[in-house]
Design a protein around this ligand. Structure first.
Ligand code: GLN
Length: 304
């Protein structure tokens, strides 16, 4: 029997003492306001009790973690058509890298770098009647939580300083890989990134990816085949140019965001979410990466 609570407590105590907690993202001014000492972990087990520690119930900006949910929605609506407009290869580059996009004629490497998520946002705008509202409703339904919201201040803050994303969207448009207006697509993208969740809600949102497509209430949201593919892209592309390191150290499919959140899962066993706003130089939560490495090492639970 694994003593999950003792393991989470030990990880929390050990990492919280670290003086170096990474740097809180400041290129989105609103995110720079978040207290760097926040730290929480929530473990949601498929066939057992949950365990948690620290600031697990405090909402934060999920940022790029939302890219998994937007991709899952577009994939479930469009099936393999989505792969006409983007690829599924790791980029080996930072999340906001542009030159590869130009080199590869406006076809993003994968849906989890910014350019790929912007293409997915464009697809959803074309597919949904009320894109922002309908997507938020999808996130609420898959998470079984109707309280989940956008943070309008964070979305507006990113729109003010999102020069790199404007560049990516304009480049995509120039290659004919954006059907809708650049401003409309980025407004959707900034809103999806601004969604707030706490660690517990994140584990619920990702539950279907660990539970053969079914949410915690047993309702099917994705097919098994879709779950397999989304998890594969999380494993290979979820951490940008640190995806290899995450697979090596942690050994789980997962996704990070510049709000300091990381969610990861072991199919059939659990979903786990960590939050610590300080980031490492690759833009992934500094303590979150360490926490998950310690978790899979101490429990001996990973996909390998
Ligand atoms: N909204 C952020 C951006 O586009 C998301 C980046 C991230 O979380 N890695 O820059």
């Amino acid at each position: 029997m694994i003593d999950y609570q003792a393991i989470l407590d030990e990880i929390y105590q050990r990492l919280q003492q670290r003086v170096d907690k990474g740097e809180v993202a400041s290129y989105i001014p609103e995110l720079a306001q978040v207290a760097p000492e926040k730290f929480g972990i929530y473990l949601n087990r498929i066939k057992g009790d949950d365990f948690y520690v620290g600031d697990w119930d405090e909402p934060f900006s999920i940022q790029s973690i939302s890219k998994v949910l937007s991709f899952a929605k577009a994939f479930s609506l469009q099936k393999n058509q989505v792969f006409k407009r983007l690829d599924v290869e790791p980029s080996g580059n930072p999340f906001n890298h542009l030159s590869l996009l130009e080199l590869e004629n406006g076809i993003p490497r994968n849906p989890f770098i910014n350019s790929g998520a912007i293409v997915i946002a464009d697809m959803l705008i074309s597919l949904l009647d009320n894109p922002k509202e309908d997507f938020l409703q999808f996130v609420r339904d898959i998470s079984n939580d109707q309280t989940i919201q956008f943070n309008k201040k964070v979305a507006a803050s990113e729109a003010e300083t999102g020069y790199n994303n404007y560049a990516a969207a304009n480049l995509l448009k120039s290659f004919g890989n954006l059907k809708n207006d650049v401003d409309e697509v980025l407004d959707f993208y900034f809103h999806q990134c601004s969604i707030e969740m706490n660690c517990k809600q994140l584990t619920k949102a990702f539950y279907p990816f660990a539970n053969r497509g079914k949410c915690m209430q047993g309702k099917p949201h994705l097919t098994l085949n879709q779950v397999k593919r989304v998890n594969a892209i999380m494993l290979t592309c979820g951490f940008y140019d640190e995806a290899g390191e995450f697979a090596f150290e942690v050994g789980l499919p997962g996704k990070s965001g510049v709000g300091g959140g990381i969610v990861a899962l072991l199919p059939g066993e659990f979903t786990i979410a960590c939050w610590s706003p300080g980031l490492n130089e690759k833009g992934n939560s500094y303590l979150g990466m360490h926490a998950l490495e310690l978790f899979t090492t101490k429990t001996n639970l990973s996909i390998f």
